[in-house]
Write a protein that binds this ligand. Sequence first.
Ligand SMILES: N[C@@H]1[C@@H](O)[C@H](O)[C@@H](COP(=O)(O)O)O[C@@H]1O
Length: 253
Amino acid sequence: MNIIVCQNYDHLSDYAKDVVIDTIKTKDKPVLGLATGSTPEGMYRALIKAHQNNDVSFKHVTSFNLDEYIGLGKDDPNSYHHFMDEHLFNHVDIDQNETFVPPGNTDDHEKACRDYEQNMHHHDNLDLQVLGLGINGHIGFNEPGTPFDTRTHMIELDDSTREANARFFDSIDDVPTHAITMGIETIMESKQILLLASGDSKKEAVYRLLNGEETPDFPASILHRHKNVTVILDRDAASLLSVEQIDQVVGPK
Ligand SMILES: N[C@@H]1[C@@H](O)[C@H](O)[C@@H](COP(=O)(O)O)O[C@@H]1O
């Protein structure tokens, strides 16, 4: 695990953008695993800017998102489909037929999960998976207790996750109770993983990621088994780490 600490959120976003662009430029048909949540928003803004400056094209990119709420249709403003359209897809030259988000409003969730997996295999799996970090250690929507060998599946959301995400909804009662998420094994098959964590609220989770034991009670702990993981933190998220745990402290360009 390569631990990089940036000065602030904007710098983290810029650094993460460069990692994504590197993947896009080094592969003929790059396959990106994308994440939602507040953390990657700055990275998406930086990618859009890079695209507008002709620094990167998404023409040959395929993307698979990590997760989606059950019960929210594509056009629901709180769906992750909608998030991706607003925060990236509508602003770059990606082929919209090559952007995939798990379907939140299907009648047959099990089939949807199987199809999603098959589609990823068909695309030769992910080159780079971007991850945020839940305060309870979740990755995607794999909540504590999720077995490490899960593939794309349906999950009941923890109360703490629904509370953390209630800020996007009118009230907590509107936050869906279930979601479809790539499984932990699915995520671990990505050739490279980029985990982003920003802000004071993530410092305990980051501390546990780097100091805690490997356990399904803290899903992100599995990432130590992957051989190509880059963790990008800002100073607040890294504030409980010791200097020896940090591989690189980088300043703005
Ligand atoms: N399902 C998403 C995750 O994919 C995300 O990484 C995480 C952190 O979110 P945020 O970046 O808003 O803190 O929680 C959400 O519930």
